[in-house]
Design a protein around this ligand. Structure first.
Ligand code: 5GP
Ligand code: MG
Length: 186
């Protein structure tokens, strides 16, 4: 269809760039993470705390690979991401589930500056869980601004904005089965 076709007018081309991780590689990584977590957790009960919205797909897949004695809770962390991302811009809603004395696994899509996870960990620790460990699918270490402990990582990624498998661009592309770099036209 030529770009001048009336049906194409007003529709930007998809900004889906280089595919970094195909779905089968993601599946293999989630399998590995589940095995490693299960190995460490043993038969203890676990509460998986998923960070919405980005970790939705990853957490759903991970949850189904973990042993049966795992419960699900969610937190929402939304930060204003303009020119500046300051800690005070983060809004955290802690789940109603009682975390006191429980083994908690915090699950997020990506650790970037580290500020989101740092604040979520601090907020969860005020509930005095028996243990708190963190699992992320993606780690962008080149962007780290604060030291944060992450116990399990799926993949390390370069300093590129990524989309797919739960990660969005302006709310879009969470449904892609793979992870790609965002490629906006110049
Ligand atoms: P941090 O607080 O570590 O800087 O940011 C973590 C949050 O920023 C992630 O949970 C995610 O929502 C968002 N984020 C950071 N890097 C990316 C990226 O490359 N792609 C997308 N879609 N979100 C990102
Ligand atoms: Mg997030």
């Amino acid at each position: 269809m030529p770009a001048s076709d009336p049906a194409m007018l007003g529709r930007a081309p998809d900004p889906i760039g280089e595919v970094l991780f195909e779905n089968r590689k993601i599946e293999a990584a989630v399998d590995r993470l589940a095995r490693e977590i299960e190995h460490q957790v043993g038969d203890r009960e676990l509460i998986l705390v998923a960070v919405l919205d980005g970790a939705l797909i990853f957490a759903a897949d991970l949850l189904r690979r973990l042993p049966g004695r795992t419960r699900l809770a969610t937190v929402r962390a939304s930060s204003y991401r303009g020119a500046r991302t300051a800690p005070e811009d983060l809004e955290i809603h802690i789940p109603d589930v009682d975390l006191t004395g429980q083994h908690v696994l915090l699950v997020d899509d990506i650790v970037d500056t580290g500020r989101t996870l740092q604040q979520l960990q601090a907020a969860l620790l005020t509930h005095r869980p028996a243990s708190l460990q963190t699992c992320v699918l993606l780690d962008k270490p080149s962007r780290r601004e604060v030291a944060v402990t992450v116990d399990w990582v799926g993949f390390t990624v370069p300093d590129r904005f990524v989309i797919g498998y739960g990660l969005d661009w302006d709310g879009w592309f969470r449904d892609l089965p793979y992870i790609a770099a965002l490629d906006l036209p110049a």
